[in-house]
Design a protein. Structure first.
Length: 563
């Protein structure tokens, strides 16, 4: 049974496999390896995923959802039609679409996967990702950090020993990782990041600028603004100035924006890049001149200001020959090959780390904190995984009959400044002579934390499955929702190209007026009628799609011009 590798991204997702001695990305029904992480429903209530849903994000925003990767690990719900979905369930629908593409490509069932996550994803977010895989009918063989996956894809063809910094700025998250490669060993030394910094934030500052410039406060959520901001962001990666025009609530706005102005607007975001970079260099114990290569991953690294910031801070030009949108997906495919114990990869060894400190709260009056609780680190950040570490504690009161252990993630001494992952309560045992107890943290290669506590002198152990913020789905909940989601059917694979063209035509109709609308109405009617013809042959269907696409291309012209 083939194991697939999946990059489940904020903006786009990819699926790949180790095939014929190399990682291979699998195309979707439209022939693209990038599948938008967008879910929606059509007017008939049928589920849409990927390119088709993305087209309707502009024309039917109330029936479409995107960016839900940022909600992973929370209880936030989104409504589509008459149903509500958790972020795990929305992600599962994207995964199901990817798996369907893979099964068609491989001509065999797919039930096992490696899924990549941002290195700085919390325990809650990792559990949610694993739950999404289960809801998609997958056995998640491994959760791998995105920059580690990028390192695998890059390092596979490196022959010399080297130290590499992976700079990964995706649609919604930012990670930076330092690693060393020697022989066939890839060893991660340190990671840092920001789970709320990505390409979407650079788009948002452009939306804010358009709202302020054209006094559009009441229309700040208009999907046309988001589309225009995204187009400006992309255009400014290759142009120094762009003219734009956009119709918002019936009124047309026009203007010009320079790359210099965009970089000025983006300065607060660029500043946020610095701290994780400094931390990862400090934690790795390496000097700047020890870094041999800088590898960029994630679509956000296409922004010139981001590349310039990285080059300036690290005093070295980043490598530009790799596709930043695909490198994590390629690495996930390599990891899938490793999990299969593929003969081509038998000598490759990968080590990873825990990117954040994990500990519990306790009082320490001897250290001068009195009764104030502080964090006691049990596993410190950048420890090589898998790892198991323990610490001995005494109850705060000698007559106490139980103790509650708070479990935290973060770098602050103050518990309130960290993320509380959960807690467990253990009885102290009235008949025991000793009242101190041992707390053990075990962090595995999937980034999942297990906590165990035991009274000294007792054979009874207490374990917890962390139920972070009450949002982690139990096995029973997953089983129920898996059955419900199984009844939600994706649109037929062979109809995806037709549905995408019609969704695009619908979007163009809403964006245009007058004669263009009349032309679109006639073309859509003719296209539908011919598709439903009983005598339509496969070759004729493709020619029909090509002609309809050419017509839509003639209408869907860029609104920008370079100066």
């Amino acid at each position: 049974m083939t194991i697939v590798g999946i990059d489940l991204g904020t903006t786009n997702s990819l699926i790949g496999v180790w095939l014929d001695g190399e990682p291979t990305l699998i195309p979707n029904a439209l022939g693209n390896v990038l599948t938008p992480s967008v879910v929606g429903i059509d007017d008939g209530g049928e589920l849409l995923v990927g390119e088709v849903a993305k087209e309707r994000l502009i024309s039917h925003p109330e029936q479409t959802i995107s960016n839900f990767k940022r909600w992973m690990g929370t209880a936030r719900r989104a409504k589509l039609g008459d149903k509500e979905y958790l972020p795990e369930e929305l992600s599962a629908l994207v995964l199901r679409s990817l798996v369907r593409d893979a099964e068609r490509f491989l001509d065999e069932p797919v039930s096992e996967a490696v899924i990549s996550v941002p290195a700085y994803f919390s325990d809650a977010q990792r559990k949610a990702t694993k739950a999404a895989g289960q809801l998609a009918g997958l056995k998640v063989e491994r959760i791998i950090n995105e920059p580690t996956a990028a390192a695998l894809a890059y390092g596979l063809n490196q022959k010399e020993d080297c130290t590499t910094l992976i700079f990964d700025l995706g649609g919604g998250t930012f990670d930076v990782t330092m690693l060393e490669q020697f022989d066939d060993v890839i060893e991660v030394h340190a990671s840092s990041g920001d789970n709320y910094l990505g390409g979407e934030d650079f788009k948002q500052i452009l939306i804010n600028h358009l709202v302020e410039t054209h006094k559009l406060e009441d229309n700040s959520k208009d999907p046309q603004l988001a589309k225009t901001a995204e187009q400006i962001k992309i255009a400014l990666t290759t142009q120094h100035e762009v003219d734009y025009q956009c119709r918002v609530n019936g009124a047309e706005i026009t203007g010009t924006l320079s790359r210099e102005k965009f970089e000025e607007l983006a300065e607060p975001l660029l500043v946020r890049i610095r701290q994780p970079l400094e931390r990862v260099i400090r934690d790795s114990g390496l000097e700047l001149d020890a870094i041999d290569h800088i590898v960029l991953a994630g679509g956000g690294t296409r922004i010139p200001a981001v590349r310039h910031t990285v080059g300036t801070l690290l005093q070295k030009l980043p490598l530009a020959h790799l596709n930043p949108d695909e490198i994590v997906g390629m690495g996930a495919a390599v990891q899938a090959g490793l999990k299969e114990r593929n003969e081509d990869l038998k000598d490759v060894v990968l080590t990873d780390i825990c990117p954040f400190t994990l500990g519990t709260e306790a009082t320490n009056s001897e250290a001068g904190f009195g009764d104030k609780a502080i964090i006691v680190p049990i596993i410190e950040r950048n420890a090589t995984i898998p790892i198991s570490r323990s610490h001995f504690f005494e109850p705060g009161h000698r007559l106490a009959r139980k103790v509650t252990i708070g479990i935290f993630q973060g770098e602050s001494l103050n518990p309130e400044n960290n993320i509380k992952l959960g807690e467990m309560t253990i009885p102290l045992g009235a008949g025991l002579k000793a009242k101190h107890f041992e707390v053990r943290f075990t962090y595995d290669i999937n980034g999942i934390l297990e906590v165990e506590a035991q009274m000294v002198g007792s054979d009874e152990k207490h374990q917890t499955v962390l139920n972070t913020s009450g949002t982690h789905m139990s096995d029973e909940e997953i089983a129920v929702r898996l059955k419900e989601l199984a009844d939600v059917k994706l649109a037929p694979w062979d109809q995806e190209k037709n549905r995408h063209l019609l969704a695009r035509a619908d979007r163009l109709y809403e964006e245009r007026t007058g004669e263009v609308r009349e032309l679109l109405t006639a073309a859509m009617g003719s296209f539908r009628q011919q598709l439903n013809s009983q005598s339509l042959r496969p070759n004729d269907a493709q020619q029909l799609r090509d002609e309809f696409k050419s017509f839509l291309d003639s209408i869907d012209q860029p609104v920008f011009s370079s100066n």
